[in-house]
Design a protein around this ligand. Sequence first.
Ligand code: GLN
Length: 502
Amino acid sequence: MTDLPLADRTITEVAEALRTGRTSSRELTDACLERIDAHAERLNTFLAVDPDAARSAADAADAARGSGDGADRPLLGIPYALKDIFVTRALDDDGRPLPGGLPTTAGSRILEGYRSPYASSAQERLDAAGAVLIGKTNCDEFAMGSSNENSAFGPVRNPWDESTVPGGSSGGSSAAVASGQAFFALGTDTGGSIRQPASLSGVVGMKPTYGRVSRYGMVAFASSLDQCGPFARSVRDVALVLGALAGHDARDSTSVDTPVPDYVGALTGDVRGLRLGVPREYFVEGMEPGVESAVRAGVETLRELGAEIVDVSLPSTDSGLATYYIIAPAEASANLARYDGVRYGLSAGEDELWANYDHTRGSGFGAEVKRRIMLGTYALSAGYYDAYYVKAQQVRTLIKAEFDEVLTSVDAILAPTSPTVAFKIGAKVDDPLAMYLNDACTLPVNIAGLPGISVPCGLSDGLPVGLQVIGRAFDEATVLRVADAYERAAGFADLRPALAPA
Ligand code: GLN
Protein backbone atom coordinates (compact mmCIF):
# COMPACT_ATOMS: atom_id res chain seq x y z
CA MET A 1 0.00 0.00 0.00
CA THR A 2 1.01 3.61 -0.40
CA ASP A 3 1.69 5.57 2.73
CA LEU A 4 -1.29 7.86 2.15
CA PRO A 5 -3.77 8.06 5.05
CA LEU A 6 -6.50 5.42 4.85
CA ALA A 7 -9.20 7.89 3.72
CA ASP A 8 -7.04 9.02 0.78
CA ARG A 9 -6.36 5.62 -0.72
CA THR A 10 -7.95 4.07 -3.76
CA ILE A 11 -10.74 1.50 -3.68
CA THR A 12 -8.31 -0.92 -5.30
CA GLU A 13 -5.91 -0.62 -2.35
CA VAL A 14 -8.48 -0.77 0.43
CA ALA A 15 -10.38 -3.64 -1.23
CA GLU A 16 -7.18 -5.66 -1.06
CA ALA A 17 -6.77 -4.71 2.62
CA LEU A 18 -10.37 -5.76 3.26
CA ARG A 19 -9.77 -9.06 1.51
CA THR A 20 -6.74 -9.86 3.62
CA GLY A 21 -8.38 -8.69 6.85
CA ARG A 22 -6.01 -5.73 7.39
CA THR A 23 -8.93 -3.32 7.55
CA SER A 24 -12.70 -3.47 7.91
CA SER A 25 -15.56 -1.62 6.33
CA ARG A 26 -16.25 -0.13 9.75
CA GLU A 27 -12.72 1.30 9.84
CA LEU A 28 -13.05 2.73 6.32
CA THR A 29 -16.45 4.22 7.14
CA ASP A 30 -15.12 5.79 10.33
CA ALA A 31 -12.18 7.24 8.39
CA CYS A 32 -14.63 8.92 5.98
CA LEU A 33 -16.89 10.09 8.81
CA GLU A 34 -13.88 11.64 10.54
CA ARG A 35 -13.05 13.58 7.38
CA ILE A 36 -16.69 14.62 7.15
CA ASP A 37 -16.62 15.85 10.75
CA ALA A 38 -13.44 17.78 10.10
CA HIS A 39 -14.18 19.28 6.67
CA ALA A 40 -17.73 18.83 5.39
CA GLU A 41 -19.17 21.92 6.99
CA ARG A 42 -16.43 24.23 5.74
CA LEU A 43 -16.33 22.72 2.25
CA ASN A 44 -20.17 22.39 2.23
CA THR A 45 -19.84 19.05 0.48
CA PHE A 46 -22.82 17.19 1.97
CA LEU A 47 -26.54 17.96 2.20
CA ALA A 48 -27.34 14.85 4.26
CA VAL A 49 -25.26 12.33 6.17
CA ASP A 50 -26.53 9.58 8.44
CA PRO A 51 -23.49 8.25 10.36
CA ASP A 52 -25.51 5.59 12.20
CA ALA A 53 -26.99 4.16 9.02
CA ALA A 54 -23.55 4.19 7.39
CA ARG A 55 -21.96 2.39 10.35
CA SER A 56 -24.63 -0.27 10.43
CA ALA A 57 -24.31 -0.83 6.66
CA ALA A 58 -20.55 -1.15 7.23
CA ASP A 59 -21.07 -3.70 9.99
CA ALA A 60 -23.40 -5.66 7.72
CA ALA A 61 -20.73 -5.63 4.99
CA ASP A 62 -18.10 -6.86 7.46
CA ALA A 63 -20.45 -9.62 8.61
CA ALA A 64 -21.14 -10.63 4.99
CA ARG A 65 -17.41 -10.80 4.30
CA GLY A 66 -16.91 -12.80 7.51
CA SER A 67 -19.35 -15.40 6.24
CA GLY A 68 -17.42 -15.79 3.01
CA ASP A 69 -19.43 -13.38 0.87
CA GLY A 70 -16.51 -11.18 -0.21
CA ALA A 71 -15.19 -12.98 -3.27
CA ASP A 72 -16.01 -11.19 -6.55
CA ARG A 73 -17.60 -8.25 -4.73
CA PRO A 74 -14.95 -5.54 -5.08
CA LEU A 75 -17.25 -2.82 -3.70
CA LEU A 76 -18.35 -4.78 -0.63
CA GLY A 77 -17.91 -2.47 2.36
CA ILE A 78 -16.63 0.55 0.38
CA PRO A 79 -18.12 3.90 1.56
CA TYR A 80 -19.56 6.14 -1.17
CA ALA A 81 -21.67 9.25 -1.65
CA LEU A 82 -24.50 10.07 -4.03
CA LYS A 83 -25.10 13.44 -5.63
CA ASP A 84 -28.33 14.67 -4.08
CA ILE A 85 -30.06 14.26 -7.41
CA PHE A 86 -30.44 10.50 -7.03
CA VAL A 87 -33.52 9.57 -5.06
CA THR A 88 -32.84 7.39 -2.05
CA ARG A 89 -35.63 5.41 -0.48
CA ALA A 90 -36.82 7.20 2.66
CA LEU A 91 -40.42 5.99 3.09
CA ASP A 92 -41.83 2.52 3.70
CA ASP A 93 -44.69 1.01 1.71
CA ASP A 94 -47.20 2.81 3.92
CA GLY A 95 -45.52 6.16 3.43
CA ARG A 96 -43.92 6.25 6.89
CA PRO A 97 -40.33 7.51 7.29
CA LEU A 98 -37.75 4.72 7.16
CA PRO A 99 -34.95 4.86 9.73
CA GLY A 100 -31.77 6.01 7.99
CA GLY A 101 -33.75 7.23 4.95
CA LEU A 102 -32.15 10.35 3.47
CA PRO A 103 -34.03 13.30 1.92
CA THR A 104 -33.58 14.27 -1.77
CA THR A 105 -33.40 17.96 -2.71
CA ALA A 106 -31.65 18.19 -6.11
CA GLY A 107 -30.01 21.28 -4.57
CA SER A 108 -33.36 23.10 -4.67
CA ARG A 109 -35.65 24.70 -2.12
CA ILE A 110 -38.57 23.39 -4.13
CA LEU A 111 -37.76 19.85 -2.96
CA GLU A 112 -36.96 20.77 0.62
CA GLY A 113 -38.46 18.14 2.89
CA TYR A 114 -39.09 15.71 0.02
CA ARG A 115 -38.65 12.04 0.89
CA SER A 116 -38.71 9.48 -1.87
CA PRO A 117 -40.80 6.31 -1.63
CA TYR A 118 -38.35 4.45 -3.90
CA ALA A 119 -34.64 4.09 -4.59
CA SER A 120 -32.82 5.07 -7.78
CA SER A 121 -31.47 2.25 -9.87
CA ALA A 122 -27.94 3.50 -9.08
CA GLN A 123 -28.52 3.15 -5.34
CA GLU A 124 -30.08 -0.28 -5.80
CA ARG A 125 -27.14 -1.54 -7.82
CA LEU A 126 -24.54 -0.16 -5.43
CA ASP A 127 -26.48 -1.58 -2.47
CA ALA A 128 -26.51 -4.94 -4.19
CA ALA A 129 -22.74 -4.64 -4.68
CA GLY A 130 -22.43 -4.12 -0.92
CA ALA A 131 -21.16 -0.52 -1.04
CA VAL A 132 -21.90 1.66 2.01
CA LEU A 133 -23.89 4.84 1.40
CA ILE A 134 -22.48 7.60 3.56
CA GLY A 135 -24.55 10.58 2.44
CA LYS A 136 -25.90 12.85 -0.29
CA THR A 137 -23.68 15.52 -1.79
CA ASN A 138 -24.35 19.17 -2.53
CA CYS A 139 -24.91 20.13 -6.17
CA ASP A 140 -26.12 22.92 -8.38
CA GLU A 141 -29.89 23.26 -8.35
CA PHE A 142 -31.29 20.59 -10.70
CA ALA A 143 -27.70 20.10 -11.93
CA MET A 144 -27.72 23.48 -13.70
CA GLY A 145 -24.30 25.02 -13.33
CA SER A 146 -20.56 24.66 -13.71
CA SER A 147 -19.33 25.90 -10.35
CA ASN A 148 -21.72 24.67 -7.65
CA GLU A 149 -22.67 28.24 -6.86
CA ASN A 150 -26.28 27.59 -7.92
CA SER A 151 -27.10 25.29 -5.02
CA ALA A 152 -29.90 26.64 -2.85
CA PHE A 153 -27.79 25.39 0.07
CA GLY A 154 -24.69 27.47 -0.62
CA PRO A 155 -21.55 26.95 -2.71
CA VAL A 156 -19.14 24.04 -2.35
CA ARG A 157 -15.48 24.92 -1.78
CA ASN A 158 -12.61 23.28 -3.63
CA PRO A 159 -10.30 21.41 -1.21
CA TRP A 160 -7.28 22.43 -3.33
CA ASP A 161 -7.96 26.11 -2.62
CA GLU A 162 -11.02 26.95 -0.59
CA SER A 163 -11.45 30.35 -2.23
CA THR A 164 -12.16 28.57 -5.53
CA VAL A 165 -15.04 26.51 -6.92
CA PRO A 166 -14.80 22.70 -7.26
CA GLY A 167 -16.60 22.81 -10.62
CA GLY A 168 -20.21 21.83 -11.12
CA SER A 169 -22.82 20.74 -11.10
CA SER A 170 -21.57 17.62 -9.22
CA GLY A 171 -19.06 19.63 -7.16
CA GLY A 172 -20.09 18.16 -3.81
CA SER A 173 -19.24 14.69 -5.15
CA SER A 174 -15.91 15.71 -6.70
CA ALA A 175 -14.84 17.66 -3.59
CA ALA A 176 -15.91 14.82 -1.27
CA VAL A 177 -13.76 12.32 -3.18
CA ALA A 178 -10.83 14.76 -3.42
CA SER A 179 -10.89 15.33 0.35
CA GLY A 180 -11.27 11.73 1.51
CA GLN A 181 -14.90 11.98 2.64
CA ALA A 182 -15.89 9.03 0.42
CA PHE A 183 -13.94 6.50 -1.65
CA PHE A 184 -16.15 7.16 -4.64
CA ALA A 185 -19.20 9.22 -5.47
CA LEU A 186 -21.77 9.41 -8.23
CA GLY A 187 -22.54 12.47 -10.27
CA THR A 188 -24.64 13.28 -13.29
CA ASP A 189 -23.36 14.79 -16.51
CA THR A 190 -25.70 16.65 -18.87
CA GLY A 191 -23.10 18.94 -20.42
CA GLY A 192 -19.97 18.20 -18.42
CA SER A 193 -21.03 17.98 -14.77
CA ILE A 194 -18.93 14.90 -13.99
CA ARG A 195 -15.85 15.57 -16.13
CA GLN A 196 -15.51 19.32 -15.44
CA PRO A 197 -15.67 19.06 -11.61
CA ALA A 198 -13.38 16.00 -11.78
CA SER A 199 -10.89 18.17 -13.65
CA LEU A 200 -11.15 21.14 -11.28
CA SER A 201 -11.06 18.93 -8.16
CA GLY A 202 -8.19 16.67 -9.25
CA VAL A 203 -10.04 13.34 -9.37
CA VAL A 204 -11.10 10.94 -12.12
CA GLY A 205 -14.69 11.30 -13.41
CA MET A 206 -16.48 9.45 -16.17
CA LYS A 207 -19.63 10.04 -18.18
CA PRO A 208 -20.61 6.75 -19.82
CA THR A 209 -22.37 6.49 -23.18
CA TYR A 210 -25.96 7.73 -23.12
CA GLY A 211 -28.01 4.60 -22.39
CA ARG A 212 -25.20 2.64 -20.70
CA VAL A 213 -26.39 3.34 -17.13
CA SER A 214 -30.01 3.58 -16.01
CA ARG A 215 -31.38 7.04 -15.28
CA TYR A 216 -34.24 5.61 -13.22
CA GLY A 217 -34.54 7.64 -10.03
CA MET A 218 -32.22 10.42 -11.22
CA VAL A 219 -34.03 13.77 -10.96
CA ALA A 220 -34.36 14.82 -14.62
CA PHE A 221 -32.73 17.94 -16.04
CA ALA A 222 -32.44 17.36 -19.81
CA SER A 223 -33.46 13.78 -20.48
CA SER A 224 -31.77 13.32 -23.87
CA LEU A 225 -28.42 14.39 -22.40
CA ASP A 226 -28.41 13.31 -18.72
CA GLN A 227 -26.21 10.38 -17.81
CA CYS A 228 -24.83 9.26 -14.46
CA GLY A 229 -21.31 8.11 -13.67
CA PRO A 230 -18.60 7.76 -11.04
CA PHE A 231 -15.93 9.94 -9.46
CA ALA A 232 -12.99 8.13 -7.88
CA ARG A 233 -9.25 8.49 -7.25
CA SER A 234 -8.04 6.22 -10.02
CA VAL A 235 -9.17 5.04 -13.42
CA ARG A 236 -9.24 1.47 -12.16
CA ASP A 237 -11.60 2.52 -9.36
CA VAL A 238 -13.87 4.20 -11.90
CA ALA A 239 -13.85 1.00 -13.96
CA LEU A 240 -14.88 -1.01 -10.89
CA VAL A 241 -17.80 1.28 -10.10
CA LEU A 242 -18.93 1.50 -13.72
CA GLY A 243 -19.00 -2.28 -13.86
CA ALA A 244 -21.45 -2.29 -10.95
CA LEU A 245 -23.65 0.45 -12.44
CA ALA A 246 -23.81 -0.45 -16.11
CA GLY A 247 -26.41 -2.60 -17.76
CA HIS A 248 -29.95 -2.68 -19.01
CA ASP A 249 -32.80 -1.54 -16.78
CA ALA A 250 -36.36 -2.03 -18.04
CA ARG A 251 -37.47 0.96 -15.95
CA ASP A 252 -35.50 3.39 -18.14
CA SER A 253 -36.67 3.15 -21.73
CA THR A 254 -33.43 4.74 -22.98
CA SER A 255 -31.24 2.20 -21.22
CA VAL A 256 -29.66 -0.03 -23.85
CA ASP A 257 -29.68 -3.80 -23.69
CA THR A 258 -26.15 -4.55 -24.76
CA PRO A 259 -23.51 -6.67 -23.01
CA VAL A 260 -21.35 -5.00 -20.35
CA PRO A 261 -17.69 -5.87 -20.88
CA ASP A 262 -15.19 -6.47 -18.08
CA TYR A 263 -13.96 -2.91 -17.63
CA VAL A 264 -11.21 -3.76 -15.18
CA GLY A 265 -10.03 -6.54 -17.49
CA ALA A 266 -9.73 -3.96 -20.28
CA LEU A 267 -6.99 -2.09 -18.37
CA THR A 268 -4.01 -3.65 -20.05
CA GLY A 269 -1.71 -0.67 -19.63
CA ASP A 270 -0.90 -1.06 -23.30
CA VAL A 271 -1.87 1.57 -25.87
CA ARG A 272 0.61 0.58 -28.57
CA GLY A 273 -1.02 0.72 -31.97
CA LEU A 274 -4.04 2.73 -30.84
CA ARG A 275 -4.82 5.79 -32.93
CA LEU A 276 -5.73 8.79 -30.79
CA GLY A 277 -7.13 11.95 -32.40
CA VAL A 278 -6.46 15.45 -31.09
CA PRO A 279 -9.13 17.85 -32.40
CA ARG A 280 -7.62 21.26 -33.06
CA GLU A 281 -10.93 23.04 -32.28
CA TYR A 282 -10.72 21.95 -28.62
CA PHE A 283 -7.83 24.26 -27.86
CA VAL A 284 -10.34 27.07 -27.60
CA GLU A 285 -9.82 30.79 -27.31
CA GLY A 286 -9.52 31.78 -23.69
CA MET A 287 -7.86 28.51 -22.68
CA GLU A 288 -5.28 29.07 -19.97
CA PRO A 289 -1.69 28.44 -21.13
CA GLY A 290 -1.00 26.24 -18.07
CA VAL A 291 -3.97 24.05 -19.01
CA GLU A 292 -2.92 23.80 -22.64
CA SER A 293 0.65 22.81 -21.76
CA ALA A 294 -0.46 20.16 -19.23
CA VAL A 295 -2.88 18.65 -21.76
CA ARG A 296 -0.31 18.71 -24.59
CA ALA A 297 2.22 17.04 -22.26
CA GLY A 298 -0.43 14.38 -21.56
CA VAL A 299 -0.78 13.76 -25.29
CA GLU A 300 3.02 13.39 -25.54
CA THR A 301 3.01 10.84 -22.72
CA LEU A 302 0.55 8.72 -24.69
CA ARG A 303 2.68 9.08 -27.81
CA GLU A 304 5.72 7.85 -25.83
CA LEU A 305 3.64 4.89 -24.69
CA GLY A 306 3.26 3.87 -28.33
CA ALA A 307 -0.08 5.38 -29.34
CA GLU A 308 -0.26 7.04 -32.74
CA ILE A 309 -1.32 10.66 -32.28
CA VAL A 310 -3.38 12.07 -35.14
CA ASP A 311 -4.43 15.66 -35.75
CA VAL A 312 -8.22 15.67 -36.38
CA SER A 313 -10.94 18.25 -36.93
CA LEU A 314 -14.44 18.58 -35.46
CA PRO A 315 -15.49 21.76 -37.26
CA SER A 316 -18.88 22.21 -35.57
CA THR A 317 -17.40 22.27 -32.07
CA ASP A 318 -18.06 25.96 -31.59
CA SER A 319 -21.77 25.46 -32.34
CA GLY A 320 -21.97 23.05 -29.42
CA LEU A 321 -22.60 25.68 -26.81
CA ALA A 322 -25.48 27.33 -28.69
CA THR A 323 -27.02 23.95 -29.51
CA TYR A 324 -26.80 22.79 -25.91
CA TYR A 325 -28.30 26.00 -24.55
CA ILE A 326 -31.40 25.47 -26.71
CA ILE A 327 -31.87 21.74 -26.20
CA ALA A 328 -31.05 21.51 -22.47
CA PRO A 329 -33.30 24.40 -21.37
CA ALA A 330 -36.10 23.19 -23.69
CA GLU A 331 -36.08 19.76 -22.05
CA ALA A 332 -35.64 21.28 -18.59
CA SER A 333 -38.65 23.54 -19.04
CA ALA A 334 -40.78 20.47 -19.72
CA ASN A 335 -39.21 18.31 -16.98
CA LEU A 336 -39.52 20.98 -14.31
CA ALA A 337 -43.24 21.53 -14.96
CA ARG A 338 -43.89 18.74 -12.44
CA TYR A 339 -42.87 20.93 -9.48
CA ASP A 340 -46.28 22.43 -9.02
CA GLY A 341 -46.60 22.70 -5.25
CA VAL A 342 -49.02 19.77 -5.25
CA ARG A 343 -47.01 16.63 -5.83
CA TYR A 344 -43.53 17.08 -4.35
CA GLY A 345 -41.79 19.04 -1.60
CA LEU A 346 -42.53 22.72 -1.16
CA SER A 347 -46.04 24.13 -1.37
CA ALA A 348 -46.92 27.80 -0.88
CA GLY A 349 -50.21 26.60 0.62
CA GLU A 350 -52.43 28.98 -1.38
CA ASP A 351 -56.10 28.01 -1.77
CA GLU A 352 -56.33 29.13 -5.35
CA LEU A 353 -54.52 26.71 -7.74
CA TRP A 354 -52.85 29.27 -10.00
CA ALA A 355 -51.65 31.34 -7.03
CA ASN A 356 -50.24 28.16 -5.52
CA TYR A 357 -48.29 27.33 -8.70
CA ASP A 358 -47.11 30.88 -8.95
CA HIS A 359 -45.91 31.29 -5.39
CA THR A 360 -44.47 27.79 -5.03
CA ARG A 361 -42.44 28.07 -8.22
CA GLY A 362 -41.65 31.74 -7.65
CA SER A 363 -40.12 31.11 -4.24
CA GLY A 364 -38.91 27.53 -4.73
CA PHE A 365 -36.74 27.89 -7.84
CA GLY A 366 -33.47 29.84 -7.91
CA ALA A 367 -32.45 32.41 -10.53
CA GLU A 368 -30.56 30.04 -12.86
CA VAL A 369 -33.41 27.54 -12.93
CA LYS A 370 -35.88 30.32 -13.77
CA ARG A 371 -33.54 31.55 -16.52
CA ARG A 372 -33.44 28.05 -18.05
CA ILE A 373 -37.23 27.61 -17.84
CA MET A 374 -37.74 30.91 -19.61
CA LEU A 375 -35.14 30.14 -22.32
CA GLY A 376 -36.63 26.69 -22.85
CA THR A 377 -40.23 27.82 -22.95
CA TYR A 378 -39.30 30.51 -25.46
CA ALA A 379 -37.40 28.06 -27.69
CA LEU A 380 -40.36 25.66 -27.69
CA SER A 381 -43.07 28.27 -28.25
CA ALA A 382 -45.07 27.97 -31.48
CA GLY A 383 -43.52 31.02 -33.13
CA TYR A 384 -39.89 30.08 -32.46
CA TYR A 385 -39.91 26.29 -32.42
CA ASP A 386 -38.60 25.90 -35.97
CA ALA A 387 -36.10 28.71 -35.70
CA TYR A 388 -34.55 27.50 -32.45
CA TYR A 389 -35.47 24.01 -31.34
CA VAL A 390 -35.62 22.34 -34.75
CA LYS A 391 -32.45 24.13 -35.85
CA ALA A 392 -30.64 22.99 -32.69
CA GLN A 393 -31.68 19.40 -33.37
CA GLN A 394 -30.28 19.68 -36.90
CA VAL A 395 -26.95 20.97 -35.59
CA ARG A 396 -27.00 18.18 -33.02
CA THR A 397 -27.17 15.66 -35.86
CA LEU A 398 -24.24 17.38 -37.56
CA ILE A 399 -22.09 17.35 -34.40
CA LYS A 400 -22.82 13.67 -33.89
CA ALA A 401 -22.00 12.88 -37.52
CA GLU A 402 -18.64 14.64 -37.23
CA PHE A 403 -17.72 12.62 -34.15
CA ASP A 404 -18.84 9.40 -35.84
CA GLU A 405 -16.73 10.19 -38.88
CA VAL A 406 -13.59 11.00 -36.87
CA LEU A 407 -14.10 7.93 -34.67
CA THR A 408 -14.03 5.64 -37.70
CA SER A 409 -10.38 6.60 -38.25
CA VAL A 410 -9.23 6.92 -34.62
CA ASP A 411 -9.88 4.72 -31.59
CA ALA A 412 -10.43 7.61 -29.18
CA ILE A 413 -10.08 11.38 -28.93
CA LEU A 414 -7.85 13.36 -26.54
CA ALA A 415 -8.84 16.86 -25.47
CA PRO A 416 -8.77 19.25 -22.54
CA THR A 417 -11.65 18.76 -20.10
CA SER A 418 -11.98 22.39 -19.09
CA PRO A 419 -10.33 25.48 -20.57
CA THR A 420 -9.38 26.73 -17.10
CA VAL A 421 -8.40 25.51 -13.66
CA ALA A 422 -10.67 26.22 -10.67
CA PHE A 423 -11.68 29.87 -10.54
CA LYS A 424 -12.57 32.09 -7.56
CA ILE A 425 -15.97 31.72 -5.98
CA GLY A 426 -18.04 34.66 -7.26
CA ALA A 427 -15.80 35.39 -10.27
CA LYS A 428 -18.33 34.39 -12.94
CA VAL A 429 -21.72 34.44 -11.19
CA ASP A 430 -22.82 37.69 -12.81
CA ASP A 431 -21.83 36.61 -16.30
CA PRO A 432 -23.83 33.56 -17.42
CA LEU A 433 -22.08 33.45 -20.81
CA ALA A 434 -18.60 33.28 -19.23
CA MET A 435 -19.94 30.56 -16.96
CA TYR A 436 -21.42 28.60 -19.89
CA LEU A 437 -18.00 28.63 -21.63
CA ASN A 438 -16.62 26.30 -18.95
CA ASP A 439 -18.30 23.41 -20.71
CA ALA A 440 -17.18 24.18 -24.26
CA CYS A 441 -14.98 21.04 -24.29
CA THR A 442 -17.42 18.68 -22.57
CA LEU A 443 -20.92 19.40 -23.85
CA PRO A 444 -20.38 18.30 -27.47
CA VAL A 445 -19.78 14.81 -26.02
CA ASN A 446 -23.25 14.83 -24.41
CA ILE A 447 -24.78 16.19 -27.61
CA ALA A 448 -23.32 13.17 -29.42
CA GLY A 449 -24.13 10.74 -26.56
CA LEU A 450 -20.53 9.46 -26.33
CA PRO A 451 -18.49 8.27 -23.34
CA GLY A 452 -15.84 10.57 -21.87
CA ILE A 453 -13.50 10.56 -18.91
CA SER A 454 -11.39 13.22 -17.21
CA VAL A 455 -8.11 12.09 -15.65
CA PRO A 456 -5.72 14.38 -13.72
CA CYS A 457 -2.79 15.52 -15.89
CA GLY A 458 -0.87 17.75 -13.51
CA LEU A 459 -1.18 21.09 -11.80
CA SER A 460 -1.17 24.64 -13.10
CA ASP A 461 -0.48 27.27 -10.43
CA GLY A 462 -1.07 24.55 -7.84
CA LEU A 463 -4.52 23.65 -9.16
CA PRO A 464 -5.48 20.43 -10.97
CA VAL A 465 -5.86 20.09 -14.75
CA GLY A 466 -7.80 17.30 -16.47
CA LEU A 467 -7.11 15.40 -19.68
CA GLN A 468 -10.30 14.24 -21.43
CA VAL A 469 -10.54 10.96 -23.34
CA ILE A 470 -13.62 10.57 -25.55
CA GLY A 471 -14.60 7.29 -27.19
CA ARG A 472 -17.01 5.56 -29.52
CA ALA A 473 -20.52 4.86 -28.29
CA PHE A 474 -20.51 1.92 -25.85
CA ASP A 475 -16.73 1.64 -26.05
CA GLU A 476 -16.03 2.71 -22.47
CA ALA A 477 -13.44 -0.07 -22.37
CA THR A 478 -11.08 1.73 -24.76
CA VAL A 479 -11.61 5.07 -23.02
CA LEU A 480 -10.72 3.49 -19.68
CA ARG A 481 -7.75 1.65 -21.15
CA VAL A 482 -6.25 4.86 -22.57
CA ALA A 483 -6.89 6.83 -19.36
CA ASP A 484 -5.45 4.07 -17.17
CA ALA A 485 -2.31 3.67 -19.28
CA TYR A 486 -1.84 7.43 -19.11
CA GLU A 487 -2.42 7.52 -15.35
CA ARG A 488 0.13 4.77 -14.68
CA ALA A 489 2.79 6.50 -16.78
CA ALA A 490 2.12 10.11 -15.81
CA GLY A 491 2.76 9.92 -12.07
CA PHE A 492 -0.11 12.15 -10.90
CA ALA A 493 -2.18 9.37 -9.32
CA ASP A 494 -1.10 10.11 -5.75
CA LEU A 495 -1.73 13.86 -5.86
CA ARG A 496 -4.01 14.89 -2.98
CA PRO A 497 -4.90 18.38 -1.75
CA ALA A 498 -3.34 19.57 1.52
CA LEU A 499 -6.49 19.92 3.59
CA ALA A 500 -6.86 22.98 5.76
CA PRO A 501 -6.84 22.22 9.49
CA ALA A 502 -10.29 21.34 10.78
N1 GLN B 1 -22.82 23.41 -16.87
C1 GLN B 1 -23.81 22.85 -17.74
C2 GLN B 1 -25.16 23.44 -17.41
O1 GLN B 1 -25.23 24.27 -16.55
C3 GLN B 1 -23.83 21.35 -17.59
C4 GLN B 1 -24.48 20.90 -16.33
C5 GLN B 1 -24.54 19.42 -16.23
O2 GLN B 1 -23.82 18.68 -16.90
N2 GLN B 1 -25.45 18.97 -15.39
O3 GLN B 1 -26.14 23.12 -18.02
